[in-house]
Write a protein that binds this ligand. Structure first.
Ligand code: LLP
Length: 404
């Protein structure tokens, strides 16, 4: 194992400086396709995020968005570093608790929480139900009464802003199903029928994902603060959601975490009272720690189009098919000239394509390629389409151990 320790996975995005030795070693033991996560990169990302919040004088709680990656080893690592969780289902709540993410640091988002999910959250006494409709609040109050409990709730504000991102992952305008408009929050807060067994502790906003332009984020947080200033009681926290983008390609320019934290600190200062700031990042913590590793089945030419057919498919990793997402593709072997290549999977859809027109060396059967930055919304969105197995996940610890 000593040799392997020395060859710890290192990765720098722009230089594509991925040390492939460990992957070669792992491939001998596990069949492709698989996801490989680096604890080192994960922890670096989390600590940078948390520490920058503290440096910018925020009383911060970082609740990792479990929907982006629910791998048990990854969640355990984050729990050890003091993270909380942003969850959207009973399944995620159970996974978070099992990994040691404590209930008092768990916020529960989502427009369709069911009765059973709410009961589970009440039983565990989570930090907050981030309520997305008046009907949901009514149900939480009713269920809490039955249990003779008090539910802590935060309104999710729909701030009516336009986030500049893919339309499938933009969530902050009135035409989107998320959150409650400010006027409705202010009406509901004064209506006693909803508050016998609920306590309003926070206000949250989340306007979208893979955000690289933060103007709408700032506007949304300021809208939340203005709404909070009109509430009859001080809040314990303002939850600014997740959404900070990552540099999937050299042409993407996501803000630095420091820039983001400065913007959040400025925006949150519009709330007139001292308040904790809750963050719900997923992608910025998990994306760059993950590598999707897939092997070549064969290649083919179609006049001047060259296809590299790999054993991973859109069921394993769907972001390119669903959002036209760009991910770097790294060849496991470098044997000379580069040639323009489309990297495609075996599934019977033209959408089953990871990348087009990439300069790659000529690869042959069993050579592998790595799709980078796949630690967020990779495995969690995988399926069994075409009756395929879901890919395994391998967690590479700081000590060079592999945990499956
Ligand atoms: N909080 C809430 C309420 C959310 O809905 C989300 C993501 C997050 C936090 C975390 O956002 P992040 O920091 O990861 O951007 N499958 C899509 C992304 C969907 C995001 C859904 N909500 C993708 O692969 O791009």
């Amino acid at each position: 194992m000593e040799e392997f320790d020395k060859a710890q996975l290192t990765y720098s995005h722009q230089g594509l400086n991925l040390s492939l030795t460990p992957i070669k070693y792992i491939i001998e033991q596990y069949p492709t396709p698989f996801y490989l996560y680096s604890q080192k990169i994960l922890e670096k990302n989390y600590l940078e995020f948390y520490n920058k919040a503290i440096e910018n004088n925020l009383k911060a709680m970082v609740c990792f968005a479990v929907k982006s990656n629910n791998n048990k080893h990854l969640l355990k690592s984050l729990a050890k570093l003091g993270a909380g969780a942003d969850i959207v289902s009973g399944g995620e709540l159970k996974a978070a608790l099992k990994a040691g993410l404590p209930a008092e640091k768990i916020v529960f988002s989502g427009v369709g929480k069911t009765k059973d999910e709410i009961l589970l959250g009440l039983k565990e006494d989570i930090k907050s139900f981030n309520v997305e409709s008046v009907e949901e609040l009514e149900l939480i109050n009713k269920l809490a009464k039955k249990l003779n409990a008090t539910a802590k709730v935060a309104f999710r504000l729909n701030p009516k802003v336009h986030a500049k991102t893919h339309k499938h992952i933009s969530t902050g305008y009135k035409t989107h199903k998320f959150g409650i408009l400010a006027d409705d929050i202010l009406k509901t807060v004064n209506d006693k029928q909803y508050w016998s067994h609920t306590k309003l502790v926070g206000l949250s906003v989340h306007i979208g994902s893979q955000l690289t332009d933060l103007d709408a984020t700032k506007e949304a947080i300021i809208n939340a603060c203005e709404c909070a200033n009109k509430l009859p009681h001080p809040l314990e926290f303002i939850d600014v959601g997740g959404g900070l983008g990552v540099n999937y390609s050299p042409n993407t320019h996501a803000p630095t975490i420091d820039t983001y934290m400065k913007l959040v600190a400025e925006a949150v200062s519009h709330y007139k009272k001292e308040v904790e700031v809750v963050f719900e990042p997923g992608r910025r913590i998990a994306a760059s720690c993950g590598f999707f590793v897939t092997s070549v089945i064969r290649s083919k030419m179609s006049e001047d189009c060259r296809f590299l057919i790999v054993d991973g498919g859109m069921n394993d990793f769907v972001r390119p098919s669903l959002y036209d997402a760009y991910h770097e593709v790294l060849a496991g072997h470098d044997n000379g000239d580069l040639i323009e290549t489309d990297i495609v999977g075996p599934i019977c859809e033209t959408a089953d394509c990871f990348a087009t027109k990439r300069q790659l060396p000529i690869l042959k059967y069993k050579d592998f390629v790595v799709i980078a930055d796949t630690g967020a919304y990779g495995h969690t969105m995988s399926s069994t389409y075409n009756m395929r197995s879901q890919p395994i996940e391998i967690f590479l610890t700081n000590k060079g151990k592999l945990k499956v």
